[in-house]
Design a protein around this ligand. Sequence first.
Ligand code: NAG
Ligand code: NAG
Ligand code: NAG
Length: 303
Amino acid sequence: MVTLTSTLLGLATALLLAGKGVMGAQLTAVTYPNNATSKPQMHVYVPDKAWTGQGKSPLVVAIHSCQSSGPSYFNNAKIPWRQGSDRKGYVTVWPSSPHSGGCWDVSSKRSLVRNGGGDSQAIANMILHAIDRYNLDKDRAFITGGSSGGMMSNVMASTYPDLIKAVSLYSGVPAGCFVSSGGGVAQWNNTCSGGQSRASAEQWGNVVRAMYPGYAGPRPKMQIWHGSADGTLSPNNYQETIKQWTNVFGVSQTPTSTIQNFPERNYRTENFGEGGQVQGVWAQGVGHSVPSNLTASEGWFGI
Ligand SMILES: *[C@@H]1O[C@H](CO)[C@@H](O)[C@H](O)[C@H]1NC(C)=O
Ligand SMILES: *[C@@H]1O[C@H](CO)[C@@H](O)[C@H](O)[C@H]1NC(C)=O
Ligand SMILES: *[C@@H]1O[C@H](CO)[C@@H](O)[C@H](O)[C@H]1NC(C)=O
């Protein structure tokens, strides 16, 4: 009896210690209240280290590219957000696309309007759940993503501007650029990917405004990275995305400042709006996708 009790005690202690992260923090699948039709899986990473900054921990949502998933993006050595989490102690969320091919739905009305039941609504539900369950700072939720995840970042900024403080997106397309004329879910759009979807700043701004009609509150500041040699999502999409967000913020398309060879040689950083609402990072000679720069994206988020 004594032996059994001590064995059980030992087991319980081991489980407790594992839960406390003695074995190291793990990416964890969590269920979340999700009233969207779309049912993407949610993974969360709570690092061993507590948040090192002021106040409650911020939240970074990292959205994967096509043919990927939350866990494989998390384990991708080129994606630096786990490292950021470990160093500074903030929580990260890793959604997984529910669609075959692993792209995000940035083409159907469902996802392109607020509370339309699509992927955007499901990711918004993940943000709300993470803030609640892990006691995070509701005023500091950030979005990042590459390629399809970069497209989705633009869609999240358009549909849930009230939940998101800032966005740092790599190698995407303007919000609504992948819209499917037939209403198809998670469809590829050759016109947009090929760089033939051109519109005025006003038209692109209208696309964003239509995703959350009547919204007049604050919007996340936008950092947009694109490579000049992108053969998958035409580099034209850089300028179209800048046009879109400068229009939404009602600021000039002429940069307030331009920094050559920053943050890297042959890159160019352009700032738009007196309040620093939009920043473009043009990566000369870089293809699809521009590598994530943790320092620069964290800097944009202010974390
Ligand atoms: C889903 O839940 C959110 C958050 O509680 C709520 O704001 C929204 O109206 C709901 N949407 C639908 C379509 O029921
Ligand atoms: C592709 O997107 C453009 C807008 O960028 C839209 O006008 C066009 O109808 C879309 N193509 C298809 C086949 O849905
Ligand atoms: C990332 O950006 C920072 C500036 O924010 C810069 O100092 C650093 O060199 C960049 N890193 C890479 C690998 O480009």
